[in-house]
Write a protein that binds this ligand. Structure first.
Ligand code: ADP
Ligand code: MG
Length: 313
């Protein structure tokens, strides 16, 4: 079987009111955490629902472990666990009740069911809350319960739609740990998020969706490397008012510039180390240069570049 477990090729979904999601092309290698990121309304849920056969694409192809979600939904369900965006549960049931029901639907019974429920409760860190009704659960606990549901039956692939939506920072860390634990046990996980910071810390591969299309896809490590994408340098000056942006922009290799109070953030083109030229220019301007350093790029930088480029498409 191929090393690409989830493959979406030129997926389009056209809604009745003229909204078009697509083209979405993405590839999720086996054994990674794949983060599908984009602002609200960019097409993440549509893509995920099409992947699971819950929605029919208008065109394009999807293969998950070589299965076609529209015609092989049943087989797909056996190897895939899914948690929907903003999961909701009957508030009077306990987590254990809910997981038992899910387990039965997935074909478990008796002792095997009991063991599987306790395994997923343990994995999701909900053991001590298992017999409380979920009406009293926090959003983070509900999300963890949804993940626990998805991992019942130990599927090879997990598809989680915004598992960190609406949860507080501590719960986000817990969910991140769960995703990492699942990866360690050999699962392939695709999750969506509109929070770049959180995603950057857990995803191996990222696909960025903007206005219905995947604009950038790649290994986070490579996307953030200064070697492949050009260096980002931050200079600190005492007199920023003496620095005209046109002067900095005219330095060879400068691609973009951000002025933020006393900080000047410059993005150079690939392969250009413009630190010396930038320092010379700032000294010449009498700006009071007090610091200069290479800064690590973030997915947010990349996202903003993508938005800027997108605007010119
Ligand atoms: N059932 C639907 N009918 C019409 N438009 C829809 C439907 N579902 C989603 N959309 C539209 O498709 C676009 C993408 O939505 P969605 O996939 O939910 O994005 P995301 O999950 O990234 O927030 C939005 O413009 C949304 O309004
Ligand atoms: Mg969504």
């Amino acid at each position: 079987m191929s090393d690409i477990l989830i493959e979406v090729e030129k997926l389009y979904k056209r809604y009745r009111d003229g909204v078009v999601v697509g083209p979405i092309t993405l590839r999720t290698p086996r054994g990674v955490i794949y983060g599908l990121v984009g602002p609200n309304g960019s097409g993440k849920t549509t893509t995920i629902r099409c992947m699971l056969g819950l929605q029919r694409p208008s065109s394009g192809t999807i293969r998950i472990a070589d299965l076609d979600p529209t015609s092989q939904a049943k087989e797909l369900m056996r190897i895939t666990g899914y948690s929907q965006e903003l999961p909701s549960f009957p508030p009077f049931l306990t987590a254990r009740d809910i997981l038992k029901i899910t387990g039965k639907l997935k074909g478990f019974s008796g002792e095997e069911l009991r063991r599987e429920v306790s395994r997923v409760l343990d994995l999701s860190g909900l053991v001590s809350h298992a017999d409380r009704s979920v009406g009293g659960y926090s959003k983070g606990m509900l999300q963890r319960l949804a993940v626990a549901q998805a991992v019942m039956g130990d599927p090879e692939i997990l598809i989680l739609d915004e598992p960190m939506l609406g949860v507080d920072p501590a719960a986000r860390v817990q969910i991140r740990e769960i995703l990492l634990e699942l990866k360690r046990s050999g699962k392939t996980i695709l999750f969506s998020s509109h929070e770049l910071y959180e995603l950057e810390r857990v995803a191996d591969v990222v696909g960025m969706i903007y206005q219905g299309r995947v604009m950038v896809e790649g290994w986070v490590r490579e996307l953030l490397s200064n070697n492949t994408q050009g260096m980002v340098v931050e200079a600190e000056v005492l007199r920023p008012s003496l620095v005209p942006s046109s002067t900095i922009k005219s330095i060879e290799g400068v691609q973009s510039l951000e002025l933020d109070g006393s900080r000047i953030r410059v993005q150079f083109a690939e392969g250009v180390d413009g630190r010396e030229r930038l320092a010379e220019e700032l000294v010449k301007l009498g700006a009071g240069l007090v610091g200069l350093r290479i800064v690590n790029r973030t997915l947010e930088d990349l996202f903003m570049e993508m938005v800027r480029r997108g605007a010119n498409l």
